[in-house]
Design a protein around this ligand. Structure first.
Ligand code: NAD
Length: 467
């Protein structure tokens, strides 16, 4: 038996079986968690389908009020939810608290949006209006790096537009979402929101389910391609937020003292497990050594420890698979470059790896060419900014990128040519619910957040009347 429950058709229920959730800072079992079955996923989809007609016809103000209540209740339980998030995900408590606070803010912001009817023509011969209809049942599939925040990228937008939802959390971080499920059960009518956990085996089932109208997926590019293929069977709508290999380009003339902390923060937040983290830095040869030295000093000063400990700046990797993957990248770093800070695995239980700065490495190394998704940053030297841009763009991914320097015009010129969903200037990782977020190339399909993201939870419905 578990203290946690699935949410199906308004009821908090046990899973068909159970699974263990591990605390990545201790490698001890944190909780026994319910594990859903295909039959329970069917029940959830059926409940969401049954709830859709009444929910979609409800006044938008009523749907909004419920979402605002959800934000209130999450904020009221901020401390407890943040602690649980740190325990299951690993991130420092300050980052977990920020995630919970942002989640409340994202819910409020998305719930405040309204898709107005647009009148295209109104003349002697015809009146043409564009309405937006909800789609039906939305499957929301979430990864393990921001289990709560990424849920709020999807669920409020789906609900305010009039859809109903089945949420499938990541297998290694389901607990905070299940606590949110308890809160949601008190607010929403039965079936409007459902949460079913799995052991990496129900995502595929949900994506091919004939009664699901849309899949909103965040995760790796490899899984995203499977989602796209599965969605084809019933022409489901899909939004895919996938992997990235964000480049930061540091221009000649940039001040290493100000640039290095910005790059460090953009690369090592959440132990580097951020889709939009800086995953490779291209630094001009004139300031290369200073920037590398500064980054190394910041890495050496980082406090790597349990996220619950006061003062920790970098927690453990989230799960064993990711930990093993990053250990492999440390080998690559040793072979292909020069490790100037970090490089070691901490000799203690938990998936701890010190922030690692790798100099004298080039684009042919796997550490530069692939998405490492961990605390290992390659710093590549370049001579010509146009060449750095070409190398930044020579990637199958295109999530984000940034340009750093004091010459604003040159920085803008480079940013405008980055083949990415977002290009920042003198910062990285700045986003918000009013800013559309999506990836170019193999980093995704469609966008989330803002009005553009909300529109993706709807179908265009044209009313064209003869006058
Ligand atoms: P993942 O693709 O392994 O898993 C993501 C989710 O998909 C999990 O809930 C998983 O259970 C589920 N899943 C597994 N197989 C599935 C299938 N066949 N069909 C449908 N769903 C399936 O990704 P992950 O390892 O949890 O997350 C890390 C990746 O996510 C990184 O590549 C990262 O860049 C990316 N990410 C992207 C964004 C973004 O917004 N672009 C945000 C966070 C993470």
């Amino acid at each position: 038996m578990s203290d946690y429950k699935l949410l199906i058709d308004g009821k908090l229920v046990d899973g068909a079986s159970t699974m263990e959730v591990v605390n990545p800072a201790t490698e001890q079992v944190l909780a026994i968690c319910p594990r859903g079955s295909e039959q329970q996923m069917d029940q959830a989809v059926k409940a969401a389908k049954a709830a859709f007609p009444a929910w979609s016809r409800r006044k938008v103000e009523e749907r909004r009020a419920m979402l605002m209540t959800l934000a209130d209740r999450i904020e009221a339980r901020q401390e407890e939810l943040a602690r649980l998030l740190t325990e299951e995900q690993g991130k420092p408590i300050a980052e977990a608290t920020a995630e919970i606070i942002y989640s409340g803010a994202f819910i409020r912001s998305m719930a405040s949006l309204d898709l107005q009817v647009k009148t295209l023509e109104d003349n002697e011969t015809r009146r043409v209006e564009v309405h937006r209809l909800p789609l039906g049942v939305v499957g929301a599939i979430i990864p393990w790096n921001f289990p709560v925040l990424l849920l709020t990228f999807k669920v409020p937008a789906a609900l305010i537009a009039g859809n109903t939802v089945v949420i499938k959390p990541a297998p290694t971080t389901p607990l905070t979402s299940l606590r949110l499920g308890e809160i949601m059960a008190e607010i929403f009518p039965p079936g409007v929101v459902n949460i079913v956990t799995d052991q990496n085996d129900l995502g595929a089932y949900l994506t091919q389910h004939p009664d699901v109208a849309k899949i909103s997926f965040t995760g790796s590019s490899a899984t995203g391609k499977k989602v796209m293929a599965a969605a084809a069977s019933t022409l489901k709508r899909i939004t895919l937020e996938l992997g990235g290999n964000d480049a930061a380009i540091v221009l000649p003339g940039a001040d290493p003292e100000t640039v290095a902390p910005g790059i460090f923060g953009g690369a090592f937040m959440n132990a580097g497990q951020v889709c939009l983290a800086i995953k490779r830095a291209y630094v001009h040869e004139s300031i290369y050594d200073q920037v590398v030295d500064r980054l190394a000093a910041l890495a050496n000063a980082a406090v790597v420890d349990s996220g619950l400990h006061q003062g920790t700046t970098i927690g453990p990797l989230q799960n064993r698979m990711q930990y093993e993957k990053i250990k492999d990248y440390l080998e690559v770093a040793r072979k292909d470059g020069r490790i100037v800070a970090g490089g070691e695995v901490e000799d203690r239980p938990g998936y701890f790896i010190r922030p690692t700065i790798v100099a004298d490495i080039d684009d042919t190394s796997r550490l530069v060419a692939e998405e490492q998704f961990g605390p290992v940053l390659p710093v590549v030297k370049y001579a010509d900014p146009e060449d750095a841009l070409k190398r930044a763009n020579a990637s199958p991914w295109g999530l984000g990128g940034s340009v750093w320097g004091s010459d604003r015009q040159k920085a803008r010129e480079i940013a405008l040519q980055m083949e990415t969903g977002t290009a920042w200037i003198n910062k990285h990782l700045d986003f918000g619910p009013n800013i559309p977020f999506g990836g170019a190339k193999q980093s995704g399909l469609g966008v989330e957040l803002a009005e553009e993201g909300l529109a993706e939870f709807t179908q265009v419905h044209v009313i064209n009347e003869a006058l």
